[in-house]
Write a protein that binds this ligand. Structure first.
Ligand SMILES: [Zn+2]
Length: 212
């Protein structure tokens, strides 16, 4: 399936102005840099027609439905500034709509992040990466996954994510792959560290499987 990475498919109502809400970007940004260094977020002429890939988000506050997400086409930058992020003010995954503000537009996969936050109020952080290793070993590692006929950033994806959360398996692993989105992996957790840890854990399991 040939799906272009990085193209925003949802209806976006974006206010081009700085984020006023209080949010400390230090932790999300440090993890974003680590994941960039691992090659899981980035931009590479050899991959996906040189479009940026991967994105990271965190709830604005523990009880909030709003979240901070890295901006679209920031994949090539090793260290982001707060200006590279965007605040998703309102998201309606089932209606394919997002309202946001910031100096950057939200990532093309913001709707998928929104549908994950909507499933469980304890989820505080979501990381979407492109890992050929984890993705390739979806079956071998018995990972939860979205089937290959579901395109990224669509209402169908939002519904598929909802359905995935109804399975017990996802409660245990906090990670799934998107088979219709080449190398696409999503990890989430009660905090940034937990989401990143689950991702790195499964990367090690995938590399270990490859090396057997
Ligand atoms: Zn992606």
């Amino acid at each position: 399936m040939n799906q272009q990475e990085g193209v925003i498919k949802y209806q976006l109502q974006h206010m081009q102005k700085p984020i006023k809400e209080t949010f400390s970007f230090n932790e999300i940004n440090a993890w974003r840099t680590i994941i960039f260094r691992l090659g899981l977020i980035g931009q590479d002429p050899e991959r996906y027609d040189n479009l940026g890939f991967g994105n990271i988000s965190h709830r604005l506050h523990p009880q909030s439905s709003q979240f901070i997400i890295s901006g679209t086409q920031t994949g090539h930058i090793e260290q982001l500034n707060p200006e590279h992020y965007c605040l998703v003010i309102k998201a309606d995954p089932r209606k394919n709509r997002i309202a946001s503000c910031g100096l950057n537009k939200p990532s093309s996969e913001a709707l998928t992040h929104a549908s994950i936050y909507a499933q469980d109020s304890t989820i505080q952080a979501v990381i979407h990466v492109h890992s050929p290793e984890i993705w390739h070993y979806t079956a071998a590692l018995k990972l939860s996954h979205i089937s290959a006929n579901i395109p990224y950033g669509t209402v169908a994806m939002a519904i598929a994510v909802e359905q995935l959360f109804q399975t017990d398996h996802l409660q245990q692993t906090s990670l799934f792959t998107m088979l219709g989105h080449k190398d696409g992996v999503v990890a989430f957790g009660k905090n940034m560290q937990e989401a990143a840890w689950i991702l790195i854990k499964y990367l090690s399991l995938a590399i270990s499987t490859a090396q057997q």
